[in-house]
Design a protein around this ligand. Structure first.
Ligand code: BG6
Length: 514
């Protein structure tokens, strides 16, 4: 019998065992904003509740809004009650959590405010025993990222002192195009080492996205089929029912390619397309992801015209309720050419995927909220059952990222009876049914990883730039032809413009109906 290779030290292999985080202070820039109350503080509170954070822990909220620490504590308690999963505060946990909450009224652009921050950090390190380990979370408008890091650098807050660490989490959007992303990377690198920079992409914190690695590389039966020999094509659907939710001003400068595809969709895609990493440490995993993305075929203007589709929703109805069109949303131009939907056909020119199309679509105001990857296998080489096989679709493996997280394998079965009729059936794995526990919030996992110094689930410099590099020809071509759009070209509550169906049907295939 053939012996399996043994990985003796799971830590060396990068497997995250339960570890307790080191003492530290999390400093949130933009603490009066939405993300802080909806996600960051509830996630940190929950980590404390689960005893994954040490007692020597503190949070400093920093923003321009005038507030004192007591008022900040009160606001954060309300935030936890409103936005945490349980909507309830455990008094014991809250008391020790609240003791570590501080607030500083400060302006990101004002150098003297960083002196105040520096004094407060020293005070907090003394009072809370946080030992000089600092995690700065930049939850502010992207135009402030560079300035914040520059000021941290100039106030000696960016370089770790002996035996301490300093890390910086940068929110999305990371740039608005390739040049701005490169410029931002350069700005950050003037004061920070790449190992200190954590570019967050909350899709990587989703349990089901992490499971992609386990599914592919912990099982022996799928990987041998995971290539051009057996796979006909791959579909990645990222559909949202929501519109722009009051963020019309931002969305007008973005569109779905910048907002979702360049980052979230490409991150998921790279996990589907990558080769097995040599270990699960952050660099080998991220090396394989970027390697796959480097094999993605470049878009040319011609390819954009033939293989990329843009759409914008008009008025329609979602779950039976009428909703306005994109152009009628607040802060959106009445003749806006911003795309709220895109479908792309991609190829990876490497040995594994040569000739296998990857169809991607992402959009707002679609009939369902669903993110899924559908791997469609090739047909059986011989139609042995003749006409009885006409009812069946080729085998599919569907990985549901959200909601209703799980994996389904669709294959053909004989309908019971005297004649041979064949129908598709499902073999199903559901997270809820198999594990019966609430999946952790992406921000919990990602914040803890950063505190633990694990950057596997964060975007590396090369990956952000590659994402932009790939979409630039699309953005450029669409910008150059924005007068020619036929927007709105899909009704809210439908599966995108007709051209998106044409894109795949031209190849004799169909979008799956999730
Ligand atoms: C954000 C985008 O990054 O992701 C939003 O800016 C989008 O426009 C959101 O709605 C989707 O996240 P999720 O986790 O709800 O799929």
């Amino acid at each position: 019998m053939q012996e399996a290779a043994v990985i003796e030290n799971p830590l060396r292999a990068g497997i995250r065992l339960e570890r307790t985080a080191e003492p530290c202070t999390v400093i949130i820039f933009g603490a009066s904003g939405d993300l802080t109350k909806r996600k960051l503080v509830p996630a940190l509170y929950r980590l404390m509740q689960e005893r994954l954070l040490p007692a020597e822990f503190a949070i400093i909220g920093l923003a321009r809004t005038e507030m004192n620490s007591d008022e900040f504590r009160k606001a954060m308690r309300e935030a936890i009650e409103e936005f945490s999963e349980t909507k309830r505060v455990d008094e014991d946990v809250w008391n020790s959590f609240a003791q570590g909450l501080y607030y500083l009224t400060a302006d990101i652009n004002n150098p003297s405010d960083y002196d105040k921050l520096s004094d407060l950090l020293n005070q907090v390190d003394r009072e809370r025993g946080t030992q000089g380990n600092h995690l700065f979370y930049l939850s502010v408008a992207p135009k402030f990222y560079g300035e914040a890091v520059k000021q941290l650098g100039e106030h000696n807050l960016a370089k770790p002192k002996e035996n301490t660490w300093v890390r910086v989490i940068v929110e999305k959007p990371f740039g608005t195009d390739l040049d701005s992303a490169r410029a931002l990377n350069n700005e950050l690198h003037q004061y920070l080492d790449e190992s200190q920079i954590y570019r967050i992409d909350h899709y990587l914190g989703k349990e089901t996205v992490q499971n992609l690695l386990v599914f592919r590389f912990a099982n022996g039966i799928f990987e041998p089929l995971w290539n051009r020999q057996y796979i006909d094509h791959v579909q990645l659907t990222n559909a949202e029912m929501v519109g722009v939710e009051g963020r019309g001003g931002y969305y007008e400068t973005a569109g779905v390619v910048r907002d979702m595809i360049q980052n979230h969709v490409f991150q998921v895609l790279s996990l589907v397309a990558m080769e097995p990493p040599v270990s699960l440490e952050s660099e080998p995993v991220r090396d394989e992801k970027i390697k796959a993305m480097c094999a993605a075929r470049e878009f040319t203007a011609e390819r954009v015209r033939a293989e990329c589709v843009r759409g914008q929703y008009g008025p329609g109805s979602i779950a039976g309720k009428p909703v306005p069109g994109y152009r009628q949303e607040t802060d959106v131009a009445p003749d806006s050419a911003t795309e709220t939907f895109a479908a792309l056909k991609m190829y990876f020119d490497n040995w594994r995927w040569a000739g296998v199309p990857f169809y991607l679509r992402s959009g707002k105001r679609l009939p369902k909220r669903v993110t899924e990857i559908a791997i469609q296998f090739k047909e059986a080489p011989l139609p042995l059952f003749g006409e009885a096989m006409q009812q069946m679709t080729p085998n599919q493996l569907i990985i549901r990222i959200q909601p209703d997280e799980g994996i389904t394998l669709r294959f053909a079965a004989k309908v019971p009876g005297q004649v041979t009729n064949i129908r598709d059936v499902n073999m199903d794995f559901r997270y809820g049914a198999s594990f019966g526990i609430q999946l952790a919030e992406a921000y919990e996992r990602l914040l803890l990883d950063c505190i633990l110094g694990d950057s596997t689930l964060y975007a590396r410099k090369d990956m952000t730039e590659r994402g932009w590099e790939l979409v630039m020809p699309i953005l450029n071509e669409w910008a150059a032809t924005k007068d020619k759009v036929d927007f709105p070209n899909y009704e809210a509550g439908t599966w995108g413009p007709k051209a998106s169906h044409d894109l795949i049907e031209r190849d004799g295939r169909r979008w799956r109906r999730p």
